[in-house]
Design a protein around this ligand. Structure first.
Ligand SMILES: NC(=O)c1ccc[n+]([C@@H]2O[C@H](COP(=O)([O-])OP(=O)(O)OC[C@H]3O[C@@H](n4cnc5c(N)ncnc54)[C@H](OP(=O)(O)O)[C@@H]3O)[C@@H](O)[C@H]2O)c1
Length: 220
């Protein structure tokens, strides 16, 4: 039985949205699924079972405490505008990495070197909403394969200005089979976005346990 108080909606069911929803259900946490494609949404819910509930995007946002739009950085600004009424007062989790193909088989940042998606988006969210940066520090492979690691859980880092909401994001990260690690305020997002000091595809270069993360952070 799911005894959690935090209701969560995953919006956008591509690679990362699917992985987040899958891990939450594996951790016995119910999840509201929504996307622009009802067929895809229903199909995923069918795979995940009774803990996955489907709704349209507006209702999913209305009915959840925490919203995880698993969509691209560039699409998030419009998403915030389109659903500004529904998002008012909600906790929004930003998973985005502000990158695009560089034309040479790699990726390049699409914002300034010293900028972060988290900080930029935190200024664009609807009034009274709160933005937390989380669930984007690992590639989708590691997010699925490193969840529920034993004996020591792997870490998912998060950045947040909203100490009131930290227990909710920590609950969701824990339900997903990871250990939560707060790197500080949203101005620290750059560390946990791709190419950052604490990203799998940055200086960190791998998944880490809590003790490895603590030693990494104390030496940085
Ligand atoms: N893939 C990774 O390893 C990884 C790791 C960490 C973070 N991320 C971040 O996660 C985000 C999603 O990446 P992804 O790899 O999951 O991409 P993806 O597989 O292409 O999925 C993106 C999803 O976003 C949906 N979408 C786009 N615009 C939307 C809108 N305006 N409203 C609702 N849904 C919308 C698309 O839905 P439709 O099917 O309706 O088009 C699609 O299902 C990106 O910001 C990425 O940087 C990805």
């Amino acid at each position: 039985m799911n005894t959690s108080k935090t209701t969560v909606a995953v919006i956008g069911l591509g690679n990362i949205g699917k992985a987040i929803a899958t891990n939450l259900v594996k951790g016995n946490h119910s999840v509201i699924l929504a996307s622009r494609d009802n067929e895809k949404t229903e199909a995923l819910a069918g795979q995940l079972g009774n803990l996955a509930i489907t709704k349209n995007i507006a209702d999913a946002i209305r009915d959840a405490d925490v919203i995880i739009p698993a969509i691209y950085f560039n699409a998030l600004k419009d998403f915030f505008k389109t659903f500004s009424k529904e998002l008012d007062g909600k906790v929004i989790v930003d998973v985005s990495n502000p990158i695009a193909p560089d034309g040479n088989g790699g990726f390049k940042k699409i914002i300034g070197e010293s900028e972060s998606a988290g900080k930029i988006l935190s200024d664009l969210i609807p009034k009274n909403a709160k933005l937390i940066k989380a669930f984007g520090t690992l590639g989708v492979g590691s997010l699925l394969n490193s969840a529920f690691n034993e004996p020591d859980k792997k870490v998912l880092f998060y950045a947040s200005d909203s100490t009131n909401s930290n227990s909710q994001i920590e609950e969701l990260i824990t339900s997903s089979g990871f250990a939560p690690f707060n790197v500080g305020g949203i101005d620290q997002s750059i560390k946990i976005e791709v190419f950052g000091d604490l990203h799998e595809f940055g200086a960190l270069g791998k998944t880490v346990t809590l003790s490895e993360a603590k030693s990494k952070v104390s030496h940085s």
